[in-house]
Design a protein around this ligand. Structure first.
Ligand code: PMP
Length: 423
């Protein structure tokens, strides 16, 4: 494959941008590749600057369920752009999107838009601390909540090392105090932390279905336990549905599992391919936000009219014709075939709805420890092999892949066949 223009683009980019990329994983270092520079995307086809084409299963890290550049979204965006691209003054599109978010995710009675998932989480945490007047945040190893300092606490910091482990963040310890990270799916650890610190815990934040240690499913009763303990202890439950929101169902993971969190962070899909995200929840909690209350939160580009229009067009499309049911069914058949084709290759395929991860592991993957034990080197080989066959999968087995409505049967079957031939 000729990649000379991408190589040249990378040589130029590194002179001005750290690592040549604006988000580290795009550098493809962990899979032993050089970055790819894209010139266009349509449906599930990426075209790079050398005119190589790839069938995309990363889909901008889960932004697109309908594929890139959906005509109805582009039409809405063009209409919005014609009227100006930012006002810093309210516009009708903001309420329009807010209405849809509150309708589809009923635990969100009020919502505020921000520009990234990181910002959504950061704001939800500030609000949870303001509301409870407590400090401790409980998170789970391998769940990613953006590059907020106190959310980068390393795995295994546990209760004993309360707030004392920020090695992965590379920032001074004092910045990250009061975050506890526990093993996902470990009910006993959660019970223990509430027993010891219950009265000081502001919130438990969790990806209800983690996608950032690869896709890992919550074990039966785990999310219910989080709901129960937070309620009993006056702590808030925050669902980070930046990936699962609108994806696992129109109402996200919380609809699927029948659990109403106090606050929810959403992102990716809600911006329809533009930098928008949101956090929301009970009116009584959201009432603390400025200008109604004392918890300050703001943003120059928040509720950007172009992003809001893209979000409205996207959510309208997602609410039509039992789209989730059809997409999830298509994905389930694909995953079944993929499992059969990769049998006896030391591959575990974790899957829910339209999200999946291939782990190079001999045993099932139910926690961050299991995910980390999976064979990185083999995954790197697999990534390069799929890439050589013109598939772009997420460049880490600690990430999710996505099936879109625009993946054709033929493309899915070719993926199964090629993956099945991996040695
Ligand atoms: N939360 C989750 C669950 C995510 O997957 C991500 C990003 N992948 C974030 C938060 C951060 O979002 P962003 O990259 O938009 O800041």
């Amino acid at each position: 494959m000729n990649r000379s223009k991408s190589e040249q683009a990378y040589r130029e980019a590194v002179q001005f941008i750290p690592g040549g990329v604006n988000s580290p994983v795009r550098a493809l270092r962990s899979v032993g590749e050089a970055p790819l520079f894209i010139k266009k995307a349509k449906g599930v086809t990426l075209t790079d600057v050398d005119d190589n084409q790839f069938t995309d299963f990363c889909l901008s890290w889960g932004v697109f369920m309908l594929g890139h550049n959906h005509p109805a979204v582009i039409k809405a965006v063009n209409r919005a752009v014609a009227n100006g691209t930012s006002y810093g003054i309210p516009s009708l599109q903001e309420t329009e999107l807010a209405k849809l978010v509150c309708r589809y995710i009923p635990s969100i009675e009020k919502v505020r838009f921000v520009n990234s998932g990181t910002e959504a989480v950061m704001s939800a945490i500030r609000l949870a601390r303001g509301f409870t007047k407590r400090n401790i945040i409980v998170k789970f190893d391998g769940c990613y909540h953006g590059h907020v300092d106190h959310m980068l606490v390393a795995a295994g910091s546990g209760v004993a090392n309360l707030g004392n482990n920020a090695s992965s963040a590379g920032v001074p310890r004092s910045f990250v105090s009061y975050t506890v990270s526990l093993p996902f799916n470990d009910s006993e650890a959660v019970r223990q932390v509430f027993k010891e610190k219950g009265g000081d815990i502001a919130a438990v934040i969790v990806e209800p279905v983690p996608a950032n240690m690869g896709v890992v499913l919550p074990q039966s009763g785990f999310l219910q336990l989080l709901r129960q303990l937070t309620e009993q202890n006056g702590s808030l439950l925050i669902f980070d549905e930046v990936i699962t929101g609108f994806r696992l169902s129109l109402g996200g993971a919380q609809q699927l599992f029948g659990i109403a969190p106090d606050l929810t962070a959403i992102g990716k899909i809600v911006g329809g391919g533009f930098p928008a995200a949101a956090f929301g929840g009970k009116s009584s909690i959201m009432a603390l936000l400025a200008p109604d209350g004392p918890v300050y939160q703001a943003g120059t580009l928040s509720g950007n009219p172009v992003a809001m229009s893209a979000g409205v067009a996207t959510l309208e499309l997602l609410s039509e014709n039992q789209l989730h049911q059809q997409l999830n069914k298509k994905a389930a058949v694909f995953i079944q075939q993929l499992r059969e084709a990769t049998l006896n290759k030391g591959i575990v395929v974790n899957h829910i709805g339209s999200m999946f991860t291939l782990f190079f592991s001999e045993r099932s993957v139910n926690s961050f420890d299991d995910a980390r034990r999976a064979d990185q080197k083999r995954f790197g080989e697999f990534f390069r092999y799929m890439f050589g066959n013109h598939f772009y999968i997420s460049p880490s087995q600690l990430e999710a892949n996505f099936v879109a409505t625009s993946h054709t049967q033929k493309e899915l079957e070719r993926f199964v066949r090629v993956a099945g031939n991996f040695r």
